[in-house]
Design a protein around this ligand. Structure first.
Ligand code: HEC
Length: 248
């Protein structure tokens, strides 16, 4: 009874031989979402038009000077550069206004929330228990080119979660802890939690997510993890039926 919906969904997914990402599955490598950022930057750079010659000259000669000089007249490529720099800054592991890390951190049943109370990024939900939500979202928006900060909670469906522990808390899983959850109207019940040993009917969590270590263990539809995932329609219906979201 506890995980009936999840089990049924997974069985459907496995029985239906659904590839990771469904029909849209892209080949590994080509499928990374980094493409979107690259495309944006490329487009902006190309739009620089007349400045292109200057830009390429400058790159060799006086990059340092340009950084200061260009501040006043932002070409399209400057804007793209600035945006990229801002992203990197926001996503770095130093968040000026973040509270200091506690000496211990362990996600509790009370910490988990209605899944849609977390921030939606692309197809998943992300939160942070240690005052580092902006940093977590920045990492997600940078396609996890930088790691998420400690305390980050990521969920695709209400019945599973991955939570980033303190640095060094689980070196073998890049500090990710995996959870099987039973969301009820009275709150969240943690059915199982742990590291490399935690599994669903498709295998161990880390056995698949380890494939995505280059993006901090977050699979999405990159093809980096094993080819088994829930069809989006089932993900959506599981999210919509989260028993914790009914009240208030
Ligand atoms: C058979 C491989 C496989 C197993 C086993 C697996 N996952 Fe995943 N997981 C995936 C794939 C692929 C996605 C991306 C699905 C999508 O975006 O449609 C994913 C997505 C997720 C996400 C959303 C963030 C992301 O990585 O895209 C979370 C959270 C998650 N899984 C947790 C777990 C937990 C917890 C377990 C173990 C109980 C688990 N997974 C087991 C392959 C797997």
């Amino acid at each position: 009874m506890r995980t009936t919906a999840l089990s049924a969904a997974l069985i459907v997914a496995l029985g239906g031989s659904v590839a990771c990402g469904g029909d849209d599955a892209e080949p590994a490598g080509a499928g990374t979402d980094a493409g979107a950022d690259a495309a944006t930057t490329d487009a902006a750079t190309t739009d620089g038009g007349g400045d292109d010659a200057t830009t390429s000259d400058d790159t060799g000669d006086d990059t340092g000077d340009d950084t200061g000089d260009d501040t006043g007249d932002d070409t399209a490529s400057d804007v793209a550069d600035d945006a990229a720099t801002a992203d990197a800054d926001a996503a770095s592991d130093v968040t000026p206004d973040a509270p200091p890390l506690p000496s211990e951190f362990s996600m509790t049943e009370e910490d988990f929330r209605c899944i849609t109370d977390y921030e939606a990024v692309r197809g998943f939900f992300i939160g942070n228990e240690l005052g580092r939500l902006d940093e977590a979202i920045a990492a997600a928006e940078a396609d996890f080119a930088v790691d998420v900060p400690p305390g980050t909670v990521i969920q695709l469906i209400p019945q599973e979660a991955m939570v980033k522990g303190l640095p060094g808390s689980s070196p073998e899983t890049d500090d990710w802890e995996f959870f099987i959850l039973n969301p009820t109207e009275d709150g969240t019940v943690i059915t199982d939690r742990g590291f490399t040993e935690i599994s669903n009917v498709a295998g161990t969590c880390w056995g698949c997510h380890v494939g995505a270590t280059e993006r901090d263990g977050v699979c999405e539809q990159t093809g980096l993890c094993a080819d088994a995932a829930l069809p989006r329609t089932i993900v959506d219906s599981l999210v919509a039926s989260d028993a914790r979201c009914g009240g208030e």
